[in-house]
Design a protein around this ligand. Structure first.
Ligand code: ADE
Length: 256
């Protein structure tokens, strides 16, 4: 079968991939140690094309995410390579205007636990000499607008508002005011924190593959974070496919 598009979709947890595998045809599994990668195709009935989707959940944290991204992009097959890498999942809000179910499609991400001082300035990723990784602006705008349009439709279910901005990644689950405030002090404009996005972005950047992040707010990274995160995840697993479906439905309109 010929595919016109091939996208990679990663999450940290199966709940963030939700029922995606049930919506793909002819799913094949590739196993690398403890990582399972699934590949199948989604039928776009409107545009009459089949979109190849390669997906996995990486586990939490930057190393697991980078490893899964590298494996995903390196998967060899008889088909066009992955053209866009999408990382999707939940995040803890720093911006007080954000609520559970709000969505962030960031323009840039940062590894806010990176600190190679005094050789590099704080937060600079040494191998790139950059503090922020910028997403491709056209791709970000396309994803943002596609989701915004979906939110304006009647069927957008539980989701709230959509935002762009900065997302921060670190190997830390933020669940108290002290940590939350110290991140806000360093990054007053950071929307939310999570534990994988900027690691996947670094791999994609270095592999020269366009990438985007789509994060849904699960908690406020404060003392209520653990309870809210756990409760949210149960519910979110029923809806995470809806966001992925929005991307797949609109992918034929984006130029890679
Ligand atoms: N992902 C979702 N909530 C988070 C939090 N509070 N800290 C880090 N990553 C998260």
């Amino acid at each position: 079968m010929k595919f016109l598009k091939h996208i990679g979709i990663l999450s940290a947890m199966p709940e963030e991939i939700g029922s995606t595998l049930d919506n793909l045809m002819d799913v094949k599994k590739f196993t690398f140690g403890d990582l399972d990668i699934y590949q199948g195709y989604w039928v776009d009935h409107i545009n009459k094309i089949n979109i190849l989707v390669t997906t996995a959940w990486s586990g939490w944290g930057k190393v697991s995410a980078a490893r899964a991204a590298t494996r995903l992009l390196g998967l060899k097959g008889d088909y066009i390579p992955i053209e866009t890498l999408i990382f999707t999942g939940v995040a803890g809000a720093l911006n007080n205007d954000l609520n559970q179910w709000d969505i962030i499609v960031p323009n840039k991400v940062c590894q806010y636990d990176m600190d190679a001082r005094p050789i590099f300035d704080k937060f600079i990723i040494p191998s790139l000499n950059k503090k922020y990784l910028d997403t491709d602006s056209l791709l970000q705008k396309w994803a943002f607008d596609s989701i915004k349009k979906y939110l304006e439709d009647k069927n957008s279910l539980k989701f709230g508002k959509i935002y762009d901005g900065i997302i921060g990644t670190a190997d830390k689950f933020i669940s108290n005011e002290k940590c939350r405030n110290s991140i806000i002090k360093e990054f007053p404009r950071m929307q939310a924190v999570e534990m994988e996005g900027a690691a996947v972005a670094q791999v994609a950047y270095q592999e020269e593959i366009p990438w985007i992040l789509i994060r849904v707010i699960s908690d406020c990274a404060d003392k209520t974070a653990v309870q809210n995160f756990n409760d949210f995840l149960d519910d979110y697993s029923k809806f995470s496919w809806n966001l992925i479906e929005v991307i797949l439905k609109n992918i034929s309109s984006v130029k890679f």
